[in-house]
Write a protein that binds this ligand. Structure first.
Ligand SMILES: *Cc1c(COP(=O)(O)O)cnc(C)c1O
Length: 464
């Protein structure tokens, strides 16, 4: 395996520069300025067991390796040349599955050693509003390994509530920030503090798919200690950004490398949950524009969310970046160093101070008065709308597509109750607030004015 290739010549440039150059070093034999696509399944050995770092493409592949180095670089701060490493998987769900297998894997194989509960597979404490596929994996598929899971509303539970749900065989605290579709923000700093005080120190896994490394890098948090131990990302969303690649990743912080990395590599090699080098190649290209896209997604979402707030047909709007949203001050503190730096360049002030709007002619000054860009997903409730009106609304849209998923250049809208979260039991949906008239909107990078016009005409149609 070629792990040694990761994290060595760590590039100390800023985020945008790293996104273009790390993993894309010119090829020494041809000078090619984009990385070669390496499709070979096997590699020539010049002696028995003597090779150039690669033996068989399931175990390691140069294109995948280049993508892993790039993601590591984007998830950490350049000052921290600390051996953080990334593994890329065939999907975000394959990354989830690998982590669950790691929980139950014996320690001699590099796993967490399972637990002593009835199932003996170890325990995971998870936020209650996890991604539908993750909930399904944790609650159902992982049962076969004896894994036990507790779901908890960590935004509400408070310190004592969280502490009381951590068992001594809890191996992972599983967070999403923000959650889906309610966009809740679990108290990451508090959880991180709780975990530090525990002798068996469960790992904090944070799924950052909804924000991407542009807005949120809990492994970095320079100069403070990392707020999480492992970052899980479905690259299928913002990182890929064009709704045409399914991939996922786990980035393991250096401080838990000895505990987790060997086992995760062992599981990946033995279960084969690897991505195609062609998808990795396309992902490297996508990541070069993540910064540009993410900022535009965020600015559009801020504009659309603030417009929705003024809409008489809309009851509740959730966008954590909107000044006045319940999570606004938390997310302001979690914003990545890079995003903060770029926003300051555009005139934002931190701690957040709304721009005065009296002399403003709209544009950036208007945006700066609303809050901060923080991801591209907005959720809202259509006031008193029966199911038929909800359906008329989402099918009357002309630019915004009715479809699952998020993070693509095009805007996508969906009704979690009947689509992405349809499989959840009724009482769970009710407890989470996933009602039939809750709408999730992944704001794309079209012109925000056109999106608002489209929403306006669809609301009119829904009301008729
Ligand atoms: C999509 C998604 C996943 C699963 O990723 P896939 O690549 O579709 O398998 C996990 N977590 C979140 C938050 C997601 O949005």
């Amino acid at each position: 395996m070629a792990n040694h290739k990761q994290g060595q010549e760590e590039n100390t440039h800023h985020y945008a520069t790293r996104s273009i150059h790390v993993g894309s070093e010119p090829d020494p034999s041809t000078g090619s300025v984009v990385p070669n696509l390496s499709v070979a399944t096997t590699y020539l050995q010049y002696g028995i067991g003597k090779h150039h770092g690669y033996e068989y493409s399931r175990s390691d592949n140069p294109t995948r390796n280049a993508l892993e180095r790039l993601i590591t670089s984007l998830e950490t701060c350049p000052q921290r040349e600390d051996g953080t490493e990334t593994l890329v998987y065939a999907s975000g769900s394959a990354a989830t599955s690998a982590l669950c297998q790691w929980v139950s894997l014996p320690e001699v194989e590099g796993g967490a050693g399972g637990g002593h509960g009835p199932g003996n597979g170890g325990h995971v404490l998870a936020v209650n509003d996890v991604y539908g596929g993750t909930a399904r994996y944790l609650a159902r598929t992982a049962k076969s390994t004896g894994l036990e899971v507790t779901f908890l509303d960590m935004e509400k539970a408070g310190e004592e509530g969280i502490r009381s749900h951590i068992r001594d065989d809890t191996k992972i605290i599983w967070l999403e920030l923000p959650t889906n579709p309610m966009l809740l923000v679990p108290p990451l700093s508090l959880i991180s503090k709780i975990v530090e005080s525990l002798p068996h120190r469960p790992l904090i896994v944070c799924d950052t798919t909804f924000l991407s490394s542009y807005f949120f890098t809990p492994l970095s948090n320079c100069p403070g200690p990392p707020l999480a131990d492992i970052v899980l990302s479905s690259l299928s969303k913002y990182s890929g950004g064009h709704s045409d690649i399914i991939l996922g990743s786990l980035t393991v912080s250096a401080r838990v490398k000895d505990r987790a990395l060997r086992g995760l590599r062992f599981i990946q090699n033995s279960t084969g949950g690897i991505p195609s080098p062609r998808d990795c190649h396309l992902m490297i290209r996508s990541l070069k524009t993540l910064g540009l896209r993410a900022l535009k997604h965020g600015m559009n979402a801020l504009q659309v969310a603030s417009w929705l707030k003024t809409c008489p047909l809309v009851e509740k709007v959730r966008y954590p970046g909107l000044n006045g949203d319940g999570a606004f001050h938390t997310v302001e503190g979690l914003l990545s160093t890079n995003a903060k730096r770029e926003l300051e360049f555009l005139g934002w002030q931190f701690p957040f101070k709304p721009s005065p709007t009296e002399n403003s002619t709209g544009g950036l000054a208007h945006l700066r008065s609303l809050g901060i860009p923080f991801g591209g997903v907005v959720s809202f409730v259509l006031k008193d709308a029966p199911s038929e009106a909800v359906e008329r609304f989402v099918t009357s849209l002309k630019i915004i597509f009715l479809a699952e998923s998020l993070g693509g250049a095009e805007s996508l809208i969906e009704v979690p109750y009947a689509m992405t979260h349809a499989q959840l039991p009724e009482e769970t949906k009710a407890a989470l607030g996933i009602t039939h008239n809750l709408i999730r909107l992944s704001v794309g990078i079209e012109d925000a004015e056109d999106l608002i016009e489209d929403l306006t005409q669809a609301m009119r149609a829904a009301n008729n």
